[in-house]
Design a protein around this ligand. Structure first.
Ligand code: SF4
Length: 100
């Protein structure tokens, strides 16, 4: 018996649906990704958001985008990095450029 290759395509989930399934898009997680302050409960919220990012399927792309567009991603946890961590990476990059 000859097998005929299927011409059916796997349904592609719309972009909006995929985005809504990202950990940071869950309504219950908004406070984790945008903690108020940099001490007390905000530290725990930041840590929890970063942990959620580590299981995100688009972590690497998200991080690269956040670092490439700092004005667009000025606040909160993005790509598994806090605001302070993103600032530190940018400072380090500026130092490396100046050292050349
Ligand atoms: S890696 Fe980016 S897209 Fe994924 S949960 Fe974190 S902030 Fe959201």
């Amino acid at each position: 018996m000859k097998t005929v290759p299927s011409t059916r395509r796997t349904p592609v989930m719309p972009v909006v649906d995929r985005a809504s399934r990202l950990p940071c898009a869950a309504p219950d997680n908004v406070e984790l990704f945008f903690p108020v302050g940099t001490s007390g409960p905000a530290l725990q919220q930041t840590a929890e958001a970063k942990t959620l990012c580590m299981s995100c399927p688009i972590l690497q792309a998200c991080r690269e985008d956040a670092l490439a567009r700092p004005a667009h991603f000025a606040h909160g946890v993005v790509g598994g990095l806090s605001e302070d961590e993103r600032h530190a990476i940018h400072r380090q990059e500026r130092k490396q450029v100046q050292a050349r």
